[in-house]
Design a protein around this ligand. Structure first.
Ligand code: SF4
Length: 292
C-alpha cells in the first residue's frame, strides 16, 4: 500500500461556522504539543506514515502548529496544512510557509453572499474575498515557489449552482490542485446539515460545469483530472473511509460506522498499526486521489 498521510485535527475550535462542517466535534479538547509529538512518533514508528496534514477546526488557532510541523520535518516527513485563510498575513507566510509542501484553503465560493450563507465568515460577517485570496496566494508563491496551493470546495445546496472554476481560470489563480468534495450529510442530537445536501444529479452537474470551465468535457468515473495548464482536479463524492484522521483528543477515528466519528484507538498510548488494522479504510479511493 502507498505510504499514508495522516490528518491531525489539532484543534476543534474555529472562528467560522460553516453549515456543512464535519469538524464539529463534541468536546473541545486541546492536547499539549508533547502529546502530539508522541502521536507523530507513534505514527512514524509504524513505518506506514510519511506525511502529515494539519487540520482542525482551524489549525492556525493552535499555538504550536508550526513547531509540530518543524518536528515532523525533522523526522523526514512532509507536512501540509488546510486552513480557512482568515489568520494568514504576510508575516505568517514569510516565517512559516517553507515548513509545508502544500497549503490548502477551504474555499467554497468566491461570492461574499454565498460565503455568509454557508457560515464561512467570522462573527462580524468578514469573508475572504477574491482580491485577498489572490494576494495571499501570490505571497505564498513568492516566499516558497515550490509549495503547492490546494483549494478544497465543498458542494452543498447553498453553492451548487456556482462555477468557481471559471474564476480560478479567469483570474489565473496559482492553484495546483482543486479538490471538489460532495458534502457529507451528518446529524447528531445538536447538529444537522441534512437540509443542504445535494442530489447525485446536482453534484454531477456541478462537476460537469466546473470541469468544462477548463475544457474538460468527458466526465467518467475518474477521481483525478488534469487541466491543460497542469492543475489537478480531484472530484470526490464519497469521503467516508478515505482519510486517516486523528481527532483533537488524539484518537484515530472511523467515519464509516454512522454519521459521527467512532474512536478506534488512542494514538498517545496504543501502537498506530493496531489502529490501522481496525479501521475501515478504502485504499482504492485513497490511492486514486493521488494517481496520475
Ligand atoms: S472553516 Fe473549516 S473548520 Fe471552520 S467551520 Fe468552516 S469547514 Fe469547519
Amino acid at each position: 500500500m502507498k505510504k499514508l498521510k495522516v490528518n491531525l485535527h489539532l484543534i476543534e475550535a474555529c472562528n467560522y461556522r460553516c453549515r456543512h462542517c464535519f469538524a464539529h466535534f463534541d468536546k473541545h479538547n486541546v492536547l499539549t504539543p508533547e502529546t502530539w509529538i508522541n502521536i507523530i512518533d507513534n505514527a512514524v514508528a509504524s513505518g506506514m506514515v510519511t506525511s502529515f496534514n494539519f487540520a482542525g477546526g482551524e489549525p492556525l488557532l493552535y499555538p504550536h502548529l508550526t513547531s509540530l510541523a518543524e518536528y515532523a520535518n525533522s523526522l523526514g516527513c512532509k507536512c501540509s496544512v488546510i486552513t480557512n485563510g482568515s489568520c494568514i498575513d504576510e508575516e505568517w507566510i514569510k516565517n512559516n510557509v517553507s515548513l509545508f509542501t502544500t497549503i490548502g484553503f477551504s474555499l467554497d465560493s468566491f461570492f461574499p453572499d454565498t460565503l455568509r450563507k454557508i457560515g464561512r465568515c467570522d462573527t462580524n460577517g468578514r469573508v475572504l474575498d477574491l482580491d485577498r485570496i489572490k494576494e495571499i496566494f501570490t505571497l505564498i508563491k513568492k516566499y516558497n515557489p515550490s509549495i503547492k496551493i490546494k483549494v478544497n470546495t465543498v458542494v452543498s445546496a447553498i453553492n451548487k449552482d456556482e462555477t468557481p472554476g471559471e474564476l480560478i481560470r479567469k483570474h489565473d489563480l496559482p492553484v495546483d490542485r482543486w479538490k471538489i468534495l460532495r458534502m457529507s450529510p451528518f446529524e447528531n442530537d445538536r447538529f444537522s446539515n441534512k437540509d443542504i445536501t445535494v442530489t447525485d444529479e446536482e453534484y454531477t452537474e456541478y462537476i460537469t460545469r466546473n470541469l468544462s470551465a477548463f475544457g474538460i468535457n468527458t466526465i467518467s468515473e475518474k477521481v483525478l483530472y488534469n487541466t491543460d495548464a497542469g492543475m489537478e482536479i480531484v472530484c470526490e463524492s464519497n469521503l467516508n473511509g478515505t482519510y486517516i484522521m486523528i481527532d483533537a483528543g488524539g484518537y484515530l477515528v472511523d467515519d464509516t460506522k454512522n454519521s459521527n466519528y467512532v474512536r478506534v484507538i488512542n494514538c498517545a498510548d496504543t501502537p498506530f498499526s493496531d489502529g490501522i488494522s481496525k479501521l475501515t479504510f478504502d485504499s482504492e479511493i485513497y490511492e486514486a486521489r493521488y494517481k496520475k
